[in-house]
Design a protein around this ligand. Sequence first.
Ligand SMILES: *[C@@H]1O[C@H](CO)[C@@H](O)[C@H](O)[C@H]1NC(C)=O
Ligand SMILES: *[C@@H]1O[C@H](CO)[C@@H](O)[C@H](O)[C@H]1NC(C)=O
Ligand SMILES: *[C@@H]1O[C@H](CO)[C@@H](O)[C@H](O)[C@H]1NC(C)=O
Ligand SMILES: *[C@@H]1O[C@H](CO)[C@@H](O)[C@H](O)[C@H]1NC(C)=O
Ligand SMILES: *[C@@H]1O[C@H](CO)[C@@H](O)[C@H](O)[C@H]1NC(C)=O
Ligand SMILES: *[C@@H]1O[C@H](CO)[C@@H](O)[C@H](O)[C@H]1NC(C)=O
Ligand SMILES: *[C@@H]1O[C@H](CO)[C@@H](O)[C@H](O)[C@H]1NC(C)=O
Ligand SMILES: *[C@@H]1O[C@H](CO)[C@@H](O)[C@H](O)[C@H]1NC(C)=O
Ligand SMILES: CC(=O)N[C@H]1CO[C@H](CO)[C@@H](O)[C@@H]1O
Length: 512
Amino acid sequence: MRSSHIVLAATCLFLGVGTCSNRLVAVPSLPGDSEPVSRDLQSFSLEFAFFPDYAGNKSSPNLFSRNLLQNFKNITGVYPKVRVGGTSQDNSIFYPNQEEGVQLIFTHPNDDQPSQIHYGPAFFESYEALGDIQYIHGLNMKQNNSIQQLTDAAVAACRSMGSNLNLYELGNEINMEAFKYRPANYTLQSYIEEWNSKTAAIMNAVRKSCPGTNPGLMAPSWVIAPMVKSENWTIEELFKSGFDPRNITREISFHHYFGAFAPPLAPVSWDLQRTLMNHTNIVENVAPHIKRAQELAYLGHPYVLGETNAIANQGRNGETNVFGDALWLVDFSLWSAANNIKRLHFHQGLNYRYTSWQPILSKGNPPKTRPPYYGQIMVASAIGKGHDTRIVNIPLQEDRESAYAVFNGTQLSKLVVINLQAYNQSATLNRPSKDYQFKLPSHVKGAKVERLSAPGSDSTGSITFGGVSYDYDLLEGNPVAVHELEGLVHVDHETVRISVPDSSAVLLTLLS
Ligand SMILES: *[C@@H]1O[C@H](CO)[C@@H](O)[C@H](O)[C@H]1NC(C)=O
Ligand SMILES: *[C@@H]1O[C@H](CO)[C@@H](O)[C@H](O)[C@H]1NC(C)=O
Ligand SMILES: *[C@@H]1O[C@H](CO)[C@@H](O)[C@H](O)[C@H]1NC(C)=O
Ligand SMILES: *[C@@H]1O[C@H](CO)[C@@H](O)[C@H](O)[C@H]1NC(C)=O
Ligand SMILES: *[C@@H]1O[C@H](CO)[C@@H](O)[C@H](O)[C@H]1NC(C)=O
Ligand SMILES: *[C@@H]1O[C@H](CO)[C@@H](O)[C@H](O)[C@H]1NC(C)=O
Ligand SMILES: *[C@@H]1O[C@H](CO)[C@@H](O)[C@H](O)[C@H]1NC(C)=O
Ligand SMILES: *[C@@H]1O[C@H](CO)[C@@H](O)[C@H](O)[C@H]1NC(C)=O
Ligand SMILES: CC(=O)N[C@H]1CO[C@H](CO)[C@@H](O)[C@@H]1O
């Protein structure tokens, strides 16, 4: 079956149906301060409690997860980095004598997360199941009755993970959580003293037990989200007040969500358009991180979003498990990359409503590649294998559209256009599209066309990028071509013309 966008593009061009803007857009030149984009921009954060469900273990690795991660390596040449942490990290206790890898204790069986996690040495087998991946292992800061428990966990990690242990993290979203389990007089200064003394104990234990390894810390892993109000906890204040005197931090990590799945809830399809499928809103949400990254550049650490996703509290059905979320993910990722944010760890958990894939059958939900994964694959494809890739936003007029230029060194090499106008798969009207013309350098003779498409922004399946499906049911997450690739587009008079249906995106790879 030919994909429908070809027909729709023709409708736009020849019959004039829809909102074909037909403007000639100039591609901005590369600004002097642009930095190369990390090939592992698309990275992951796996909820601590559910890491074994995602990874499996040595004797039975989760091949589906392994395939989905391997796809990134094939596209960019490097694996995503994986942080194992989240709220459940601060409810996890390491028991050196426990035989089972992990025991999850749920307060209510239908809760999204267990209230307690007990893990033993076998938990670390999961780190060997997915491939040669660099990990960030989360340690519990909330637990406050034994330093030994903390250092045992750190030592178990460095002993079993060796060089695959990239960083530790101590505590999750303390700027929001500390008030729930520390006394009322717990201040920023208390936090600084606690973090400094606990990380000193961790590093001493690691130096003794794992000589030759040198893992640092990802910190402070605070969260910025609409519901978090911790006005006296600013990172500028943190670093000015004696945090990390030994400079063991290697990466500054913040967490970010675009909203929360909590009352009052706006209608879901309205929120999808308003909050996620909205370039202006993405720009506004990322702005504080861009500013903070610039202000903290003097520290000499990369700035990453160590845990992020669309809507906090594990997402919202109809908004984060649908194709519109994949389009949000592409725009959010490219905007962040264009503004020197080094990595985005998209948070994952079993049965979560925003997860990129469901790794095993659980609560009636079968293993499945979900829409956000396809957005991640498109971003990875835009970045590719180059070591000097730079990304620049191409300003457009509306909230519901977005475009980027990708450079190899100083040479324009790719274009991305995202049409963020919601389109329901059940709609009966012809699918409208927007028509763009870009002015290109004279050496460009044509372009390869790869589209991110689905029946609608509310689709949970039938998604492809470049005609390729990564569905579990086809080949367990390996790529399968299900649509023919569209023919090359020609470049006439140094101009390329491309039609982008509502709720879809396109990657043009320029050919000389
Ligand atoms: C990915 O790359 C590996 C190693 O080069 C190769 O063995 C494998 O066939 C590739 N997979 C796909 C789906 O291209
Ligand atoms: C490894 O995974 C298999 C399959 O889920 C499970 O039966 C086994 O108990 C796990 N091993 C450990 C040590 O947890
Ligand atoms: C905070 O309150 C606790 C009792 O809840 C007390 O033991 C501790 O000394 C107080 N700390 C400071 C810094 O005032
Ligand atoms: C912030 O600090 C000020 C001054 O110390 C204090 O009055 C205020 O209550 C604090 N706010 C919060 C939310 O702790
Ligand atoms: C997009 O977001 C901006 C900023 O939050 C808002 O002002 C605007 O109304 C939104 N546009 C749409 C189409 O929802
Ligand atoms: C701290 O370490 C980082 C590398 O992780 C380095 O770039 C920075 O200059 C160091 N800062 C100080 C004050 O030594
Ligand atoms: C980038 O340009 C360099 C120099 O022209 C070339 O060798 C390299 O293959 C290009 N990389 C990509 C990913 O196109
Ligand atoms: C999609 O369907 C929902 C629910 O029926 C409706 O509220 C929304 O306006 C529709 N959106 C578009 C873009 O047609
Ligand atoms: C054993 C332990 O972890 N104690 C810590 C409890 O928390 C306070 C700060 O609130 C630290 O100072 C202690 O070291």
